[in-house]
Design a protein around this ligand. Structure first.
Ligand code: NAD
Ligand code: IPM
Ligand code: MN
Length: 340
């Protein structure tokens, strides 16, 4: 870890600040030398500055070692021209955080979805024509596909050496490009067994037989949808973290879930996804794998003691956060297994 490392904390909207404050306490406990720089993004930033990603927030993120981000999004802006989500896409683009790792782990299931994050429909030309026609364009360059696919192959090498590439090559030109690139780079990873799967079948297989998957790599929009599904089959959105990595620059560590307007302000949001994102930040962003393992073990133990309502329990956000910190205090040495 670099000395005087600075992490930017973006609490976000809705339940974001509720789960971010638990993550902050844990990060302070495990990495006391890290400076935490809190900045607005999303709806909170629109209210404060008129834009969802103020230049100051973007520049602070670019100059940081890692970004820890709560969810953004607020129904207040549903019909507005300037939306919170635009700030998140701009941040992912500015950091070139192209490889979005979304692990989903439960008994007998250990899937790592690698979602391309800065291309495809989210970043293509879009608009509304005078006649009312709306359009969103899906484009990928070979280089954009190659870098994320190679990353997924390397991740598979560090795991169970199986890769499923998910596309819609029976219909989409971008998917046929995706398939050609996967086939072209695969010989560089002869120890990895790989397959192609159509996205509709992949959704069905994830729901009915998720044990078969190791690493799954796919484009931006398919990855968005499949990662909520993978979260649902492994305990729910309240548990699902992510890491969005670039080549050498700061990564973004954030839950898969959104700002959950339906439970905002109740103090009942599950902070686990945010805390597991903090563990991914300790591992990939700060190069503190022992601290990451300690945090993961503490979360596992705390969840058994203080489950939140989404898991059938009664613990509040703060109760579970406190239980995690208590476990960290009693379990002062590295323990347990962690990992993707
Ligand atoms: P959501 O993920 O916010 O909520 C879906 C359901 O899951 C809701 O019932 C919610 O209460 C529940 N849920 C989510 N996180 C939870 C947690 N930590 N603990 C307990 N329950 C939890 O999805 P949505 O309602 O479709 O979207 C709400 C807003 O979030 C939208 O504005 C959307 O754009 C935004 N969003 C942001 C991100 C992000 O910042 N990365 C991700 C997804 C959605
Ligand atoms: C996610 C979210 C975002 C996405 C939205 C809020 C732009 O759903 O991180 O999964 O679609 O990438
Ligand atoms: Mn999503």
């Amino acid at each position: 870890m670099p000395t005087s490392a600075r992490v930017v904390l973006l609490p976000g909207d809705g339940i974001g600040p509720e789960v971010a404050s638990e993550a902050r306490l844990v990060l302070e406990a495990l990495a006391p030398d890290v400076e935490i720089d809190e900045r607005p993004i999303g709806g909170a930033a629109i209210r404060a500055t008129g834009v969802p990603l103020p230049d100051e927030t973007r520049d602070a993120c670019l100059a940081s070692v890692a970004v820890l981000k709560g969810p953004i999004g607020d129904p207040e802006f549903d019909a507005a021209d300037v939306r919170p989500e635009q700030g998140l896409l701009a941040l992912r683009g500015a950091l070139d955080a192209y490889a979005n790792l979304r692990p989903a782990v439960a008994d007998g299931i250990d899937v790592l979805i690698v979602r391309e994050l800065v291309g495809g429909l989210y970043f293509g030309a879009s608009g509304v024509r005078e006649d009312g026609t709306a359009f969103d364009t899906c484009e990928y360059t070979p280089a954009q596909v190659e870098r994320v696919v190679r990353r997924a192959f390397r991740l598979a090498q560090s795991r169970r050496r199986h890769l499923t590439s998910v596309d819609k090559a029976n219909v989409l030109e971008t998917s046929r490009l995706w398939r050609r690139v996967v086939d072209a780079v695969a010989p560089d990873y002869p120890d990895v067994q790989y397959e192609h799967m159509l996205v509709d079948n992949a959704a069905m297989q994830l729901a009915t037989n998720p044990e078969q998957f190791d690493v799954l790599v796919t484009e931006n929009m398919f990855g968005d949808i499949l990662s909520d599904l993978a979260a649902a089959v492994t305990g729910g959105l309240g548990l699902a973290p992510s890491a969005s990595l670039s080549d050498g620059g700061p990564g973004i560590f954030e839950p898969v879930h959104g700002s959950a307007p339906d439970i905002t302000g109740h103090g009942t949001a599950n902070p686990t996804a945010m805390l597991r994102s903090t563990a991914l930040l300790l591992e990939h962003g700060l190069d503190l794998p022992d601290e990451a393992r300690r945090l993961s073990s503490a979360i596992d133990a705390a969840l058994a003691l203080a489950p939140t309502p989404d898991l059938g329990g009664t613990a509040s956000t703060a109760d579970l956060g406190a239980a995690v910190r208590e476990q960290l205090a009693v379990d002062g040495v590295a323990a347990g297994t962690y990992g993707e």
